[in-house]
Design a protein around this ligand. Structure first.
Ligand code: SAM
Ligand code: ZN
Length: 390
């Protein structure tokens, strides 16, 4: 058996003991899976973003935070939240793995934190046992999909404005490489084309909203992130029946055609032909057709990122700035690279098409989903005319 070897690292302003990945690299290509406790240094960016978003939630709502980290690994998320976010009353850090819990305890001790409780339970059991504690922040960070933990998280989350964030690393399901897995976990048909990331993110948000509706609550996304090989959704929970109804009415489908045309439709699954090229359109969904982000939350998070000690600060700031630009735009986007291939044209600078549309009076914005794409409400024919220009 490989012996346990650890190293001290620093993320944000927190020092923590994690498996020494240089040592484990000799046993496996991906050392985070060979190590006795899970730690992925590439997810520092995700943790930096989460620190900013939870801090934004605290600043905008002025709550004393009661944070749960039910699938904690080394405890790095929960411990960073306790160290780096203001007004944290208490953090609960839990993992099913006994050795993880030993490491978490050492990390809590070395950080001299007296407001962190550590436990060693199945995440669903942990959440259900804490229903009376009413967490106002829950961060679900499992392997793959978080859906098996969502119900118990909803039950232990503060009803009037709690904050939930979950990671989905099962992008192969949500982005259509394994459509049956997407159907099983999210009861939705994904797409496997240039729009797969935004459609995958909307399927995830849609599934969350449907699950919250079961409990007469709704979930409003304030940031829907797609980075590297994961999605991370952040949102606020609301109990009002009228908002539940309004949000459910924004669950629908996206129709898209091979020629690049796309459209959205509310909850109906009738087949239709593309109005541009007349071919039969494909359908993805059910998914969330509403707003994916909140400008207010993202601006507060951006402000925090600029003032904080974050290892991935530049990347975090760039992400928040791009996403703030996306707010208010319709679903999906135009990927100029894909259109160049489709039209057999040489690749064209994204900015050229964006500027030409701007000159015609249309609003345009880049999207964090795809770096070679832009969003606009301009009619498809206008967009195509500009994209076709050499
Ligand atoms: C992706 S890792 C967490 C990574 C950690 N949050 C971080 O940022 O480094 C998932 C963790 O969930 C734990 N886990 C898996 N199934 C669990 C369950 N049913 N209940 C509680 N923990 C579980 C694993 O032991 C693992 O440490
Ligand atoms: Zn078409």
């Amino acid at each position: 058996m490989v012996k346990a070897q650890f190293a001290k690292i620093r993320e944000g302003s927190t020092e923590i003991k994690v498996p020494d990945l240089e040592y484990y690299r000799q046993f496996a290509k991906d050392p985070s899976f060979e190590a006795p406790v899970f730690y992925n240094p590439k997810m520092e960016f995700s943790r930096d973003v989460s620190v900013c978003m939870i801090s934004s939630y605290q600043k905008l709502n002025h709550y004393k935070l009661r944070i749960a980290d039910p699938l904690a690994g080394t405890g790095i998320r929960g411990i960073r939240y306790a160290n780096e976010i203001e007004n944290v009353e208490k953090v609960w850090v839990n993992d099913l793995d006994e050795f993880s819990v030993k490491v978490i305890k050492e990390n809590v001790k070395s950080n001299k934190l007296n407001n962190v409780e550590v436990s060693n339970k199945d995440a669903n059991l942990f959440l259900d046992e804490h229903q009376h504690d009413k967490f106002n922040v829950i961060d679900l960070d499992p392997f793959g999909t978080a859906m098996p933990f969502l119900d118990s998280a909803i039950r232990s989350l503060y009803l009037h404005g709690g904050f939930i964030t979950l990671t989905a690393t099962d992008t192969s399901a949500l982005c259509g490489a394994f459509p049956e897995s997407c159907m099983r976990r999210y009861f939705a048909v994904p797409a496997h084309n240039e729009h797969m990331k935004e459609i995958g993110a909307r399927i995830l948000v849609g599934a969350m909203i449907r699950q919250f509706a079961v409990y007469e609550r709704t979930f409003e996304p304030v940031f829907t992130q797609s980075s590297d090989h994961y999605f991370k959704v952040f949102g606020v929970v609301k109990p009002s029946p009228s908002i539940v109804k309004k949000n459910l009415s924004q669950i629908g489908f996206i129709k898209y055609c091979k020629c690049g045309y796309f459209d959205e439709s509310k909850f109906e699954l009738t087949e239709s032909n593309c109005p541009v090229c007349k071919k039969k359109m494909q359908v993805a969904g059910p998914l969330w057709l509403g707003e994916l982000h909140s400008k207010e939350y993202l601006e507060e998070a951006l402000d925090f990122a600029k003032k904080s000690e974050l290892g991935t600060q530049k990347r975090v700031i760039k992400l928040f700035e791009t996403v703030i630009g996306e707010v208010g735009f319709p679903v999906l986007f135009y990927d100029t690279d894909r259109f160049s291939k489709r039209l057999k044209n040489p690749p064209k600078k994204l900015e050229t098409t964006m500027n030409n549309l701007k000159k015609k009076g249309y609003k345009v914005a880049k999207t964090h989903f795809v770096p070679t794409a832009f969003k606009t409400a301009a009619p498809f024919k206008e967009v195509l005319k500009e994209i076709k220009k050499k």
